[in-house]
Structures are given as structure tokens and as C-alpha cells.
Write a protein that binds this ligand. Sequence first.
Ligand SMILES: NC(=O)C1=CN([C@@H]2O[C@H](COP(=O)(O)OP(=O)(O)OC[C@H]3O[C@@H](n4cnc5c(N)ncnc54)[C@H](OP(=O)(O)O)[C@@H]3O)[C@@H](O)[C@H]2O)[C@@H](O)CC1
Ligand SMILES: [K+]
Length: 478
Amino acid sequence: MKLLYSNNKTREIDQLAAEALGIDSFALMQKAGAAVHQYLDTHQRLLVVTGPGNNGGDGFVVAELARQQGQKVKVLALQPVSKLTGDAAKAAAAYRGTVIDEWPDENFDCVVDAIFGTGLTREVEGSYASIIGLINNNEYKTLAIDIPSGLNGTTGQIKGCAVRASQTVSILGRNTGLYTLDGPACCGEILFADLGVPAVALQSVVAEAQLMNREKLQELPAARANNTHKGSFGHVLTVGGQAGMLGAVLLAGRAVLKSGAGLTTLITDQEHQALVPLYAPELMVSGFSGTSDDEPLSAGKPADVVVMGMGMGQSQWSKQLFKLALKTPSPLVMDADGLNLLARSPVTPEHLRVITPHPREAARLLDVSVAEVQQNRWLAVRQLARRYHCVAVLKGSGTLVSDGEQTWCCPFGNANLATAGSGDVLAGMVAGIMAQGFSPLSAAHLAVLWHALVGTHSRYGFTMTASDLLDDLHEIIH
Ligand SMILES: NC(=O)C1=CN([C@@H]2O[C@H](COP(=O)(O)OP(=O)(O)OC[C@H]3O[C@@H](n4cnc5c(N)ncnc54)[C@H](OP(=O)(O)O)[C@@H]3O)[C@@H](O)[C@H]2O)[C@@H](O)CC1
Ligand SMILES: [K+]
């Protein structure tokens, strides 16, 4: 179980860790530096760039260990050593190598970023920003200590500018900001140093979230009993696709079936009715005229799940369909224009179970700006879940899933997934998995994880389309 913490919580963790190990904060810094140095011992020429606080102190420890092991090392101290205080001053005093104050005109194998960690309090400007620019513009490997400098360790926002590291060694407590928004782009590969502190010593610190883990996919049934039939795996109504927008609802319907549900019926504009079987003969379809006496959602036995909103628009037709969805008793998954209509609806349907907004839709649902959502995605996802009494999936880099209490973060996924229809596939997957009996939280978690892993490992790379994503769903499972 990998827990994620805000900056404030990682400071509590630092204290508890020192107590658990029976050492003081300077000895903890030495342990941290030694753990980071282990990832550097194959590089012969190091430039360690240090800042004004303890992150810089970690850098001096790394530099001294490198020097003792015969590596060629220089420290570029952005804060003069004479101005350092506390543990950072002690670490600098213990370093016996070269300290410089300007970017050197020579080659290195690796630059170590020890400018700022959890103590970043404001935008990075002036000489700090210039040096971060130089770090990012060189072709060397860059290893960031604890947090890439300039990245807010809690929110994952870049404050002015930030180091783009090839690797980041997170120390003691994994920071939430490494995993969402700009975090994944700044961190590169995330390594972890627990410094030998037993997890039990830190259990009193409340984590913000947990990291998803691919093992969870094992919960999806690998095999099915013989005496089952399509009705055993749930029936989903896939609702959306106003006139001329059939693609989104088709993708969602196919995703429902591809994720294992037995049956799905598309409820879409009546002009699409004859087209659906031509594109996907496995989908049943019912046309909706848009009039109030046409009630396709209440025909027959209630569906196991209704997923609504993909390509649905916000026309009179869409509003009529939205009203009907509020009347069905089936658990509801809401996406895209369904969310835009929900944001303006005076009532939240009692049977709403999962919402899957991207940041703009989330902003409408919370009645705040997109920037406010992105400034603290952890808070936003919890607020969405609490306000709408359902599981919220906040999409984007480092997708978050929350039921208002527990929050999960997906460390997988990349820009391959930034393609038209990708969200429609995700919504269909959530519904398809729920229809097979998984709880809304588990279904949302599984769908996000599965979708992200398939997108990341797609053989098509950035040329992947949403249809390719559907075609490859089986590859991650088997
Ligand atoms: N605690 C422990 O036991 C352990 C801690 N460890 C390590 O310590 C790190 C946390 O150290 P930290 O708290 O000293 O903060 P850090 O990020 O080094 O910088 C703070 C300094 O930066 C300054 N500053 C901030 N923003 C700025 C800006 N934009 N532009 C310019 N200046 C800015 C700020 O100034 P101020 O805001 O006070 O004016 C202050 O001087 C942590 O990430 C981990 O690496 C490990 O060794 C394990 C043991
Ligand atoms: K750093």
C-alpha cells in the first residue's frame, strides 16, 4: 500500500521517523542523503545544485558521499554557505569538496537538484529560475531530491518554473504533488527511500490518498462459470448521442461490453437507430424522439446501470433525456454533457453513483474556476464526491477517484490518452464493470486503472485512437 501525503504531513512524518530511529534531524538528513546517493553511484561527474533549506542540506550530504567515493563532484550553491542555518549549515560544513556560485562551463553525467523540497513557499523567480532553466536545457540526466524544485509538493502545481527531472527520489513520505497535475511531467521516474523506518511508526499520520496499484486488476474475473449467460453479467443503458453525435455513445456502448457486461442498449437520437447495428452489431439500440411521452429508459425491467451524457449535448432533446434519467431507479454513471446538465439541475438524483468530470466539467459542478480545481485537485475530487453524494473521478494527469473519504490516485496513463473519445470509453468501462456487481468505488478505480494502463502501453503510442484503446483492453488483463 503506497500512501500519499501533503507537505504538512510529510513534515510530521520526518519527526516521527527520527523518533522511531532514535536519531536527530541531522542524522536523518545524512540517512536521506545516503539513500539518494545510492541512485547516483554509477555517475562519475556530478553537479549538485543546492538551495537555501534542508533540501540543499540533503544535496551537500550527497556531494560529500560522492566525493568520498572518488566521484568528481561540484556543488553549485545558490544560497551562499555562510547564510545557511541549522542542519543545512551542518551538512555544508561537513562537505570537503568544491563549491561554486555560477553555472560551470564543463560536462557532467548527472545534475542533482537540491534547490527546494517541501519548503517551497512561493513562485520561483530571479537567479533560481535562471538556474532551473539551465538545468532543464542541458542534456544530462537530472535527479531531483524529494521533489523537483519549483513543484508544489502538495498540489502538483508548478510555481513559476520547475525542474524537469529524469528521476525523483521521494524521501520518507510520498508527496501527493508528485502524482497529479504537473507532478508526473516534472518527476520522471519516481524512486522511494523509506530510510528503514517501519510503516507502523508512521501510521498515526493521516494520508491524503493511496496510489493505485496494478494488482487491483486481478479482481476482474479471469474466467467465468460455464452455466452463465449474457444476463448474468448485467444490462447497461448507454444514453447519449444527440443528432449527429453518434460516435461518443457508440464508443461508450462498446466499452460497456468490452469491459465484460453482458448486454447494453444505446438510447440515442432516433435518427441514429438504423446506423448503430452497421457500426456495432453487438449493441442494441432504442431511438429517442425527444418528446415527453417517449420513455425509452423506463421500458421493461430496470437496467443494472445507466451511463449517460456522452455526446448528449445540451439541447431540448438532451434536457428531456436527462429528466427521464433522473426518474429511473437504476444506478447512474454521469459523464460529459450529463455533467453539464447536472451542474444546472436543482436536484441531484438519489441514484447517482459515479461522475467522471474533466477539470472544466468539475469546475462547473463545483461552481468555481478551472484554475481553482487544478490548484488543489485532491480537495476538488473530495468536494465533488461530497456535494453529489457519489464517487467522483477527476480526470487529467494523475486521475483521482474519491468517495469523499478515501481517495485514490492513478500513477499510470500518459498523453496517449488525450484523444477524442477516450473519456467516453472510460465512462462505458465504469458502467460495464459496475453492471457485473462491483461497487461504484471499485468499478471507478478498476476502470481508471485499466484505461490508463492500456493507454500507456498502447502499441500505437500517440497515434492511438479511442477505438484502438477498446481493441487493446484485453491485453492488460491477459
Ligand atoms: N525535516 C527533516 O527531518 C528532513 C528533511 N529533509 C529534506 O528537507 C526538505 C525540506 O526542507 P525545508 O523545510 O528546509 O525546505 P526547503 O524545500 O529546503 O526550502 C526552504 C527554503 O527555501 C526558501 N524558499 C521557499 N520558496 C522559495 C522561493 N520560491 N524562492 C526562494 N526561496 C524560497 C525558504 O525561504 P522562506 O520561505 O523561509 O523565506 C527556505 O529558506 C525536504 O524536502 C527534504 O529534502 C530530509 O533531509 C529528511 C529529513
Ligand atoms: K529538489
